[in-house]
Ligand binder design. Sequence first.
Ligand code: FA5
Length: 341
Amino acid sequence: MEEILQQLEADLAKAKTLPEVEQLRVKYLGRKGSITLLAKNTDFSRLSPDEKRSFGQRLNALKNRAEEAIQEAQQRLAQQGASLGMVWSGADLSLPSSDRRFGAMHPISLIQRELEEIFQGMGFRVLSGYEVETEYYNFDALNIPPDHPARDMQDTFWLDDGRLLRTHTSANQVRALERYGAPIRAIFPGRCFRNEAIDASHENTFYQLEGLLVDRDISVAHLIGVMKTLLSAVFHREVTVRLRPGFFPFVEPGFELDVQCLICGGNGCATCKRSGWIELIPCGLVHPRVLEFGRVDTRIFSGFAFGMGLTRMAMMKFGIPDIRLFNSGDIRFYEQFPVSM
Ligand code: FA5
């Protein structure tokens, strides 16, 4: 018995990982382990009652000491971080990491997520359409026939097969009406493309967020209500808005929604070009012809639509001075929008 114990202790001293200790436990205390077999192979009938008692006591003591030795070895290795089968390296694995850099989110993703949440809170569903569109949904179904001058307002990237890269998210309007019918309450965030010269506030690839609400008895008052709720939520304060007439063939009446400048409070500054107002969201009541293209009964339903520039919105919210930064691929720009953990 003494020999077995000494052998076990020598084996344990050499073990460098917890799995090795487990193997030793099986070797000595498992069903076919040497200590277990010692009891099994002893012919107790040949022992006197005194011998049986003394043998039993010594065997129990051996088992207990073996178990203790194994536990000690396990504790020693666990403290050294050896549970993964690694050899102890001397590092304190319980110390916090010194490199605390987290990933970043693209500012468009940030503002898009925020807006989606706000609109979902007002009962809007979030839908997405196609970046490659047909002329029909991008223009014709929006009451912009082929010879209409409004087509020239949006320089289009045409594809060889006659389709195009959508110039605005309004292309989703009739698709959604056809598919879901009225009433409907939806937003469509997405990327748009225009064959435009690029400068600090114009990109050929940018994001818009379209909104469409069609229901019974919808008026301009509903449009203003939704816009004010949205802007207060985005800018975390009460905002003053005004509507000016704006022309888009797919709305009647059409508006440009301006926000009182959030930088100067309407007094006039460089951001609002001294006017006190910032042009933010083109919108209007959906033109009956668009509803008809979407097979909506115009005797029952009316609606409003808006098409905000998501990229411009992000510029306003985060104070980004140049639109070219968004697509620049410059990691120093993206790193300024860390994800909070
Ligand atoms: C439209 O695209 C209309 N579809 C908006 C609309 C929808 C009106 C529904 C009525 C009802 P506009 O061309 O003005 O409108 O573009 C809307 C917004 O997209 C602009 O206010 C601007 O913020 C953004 N935008 C347009 N062109 C660019 C560009 N080249 N770079 C960055 N943002 C742009």
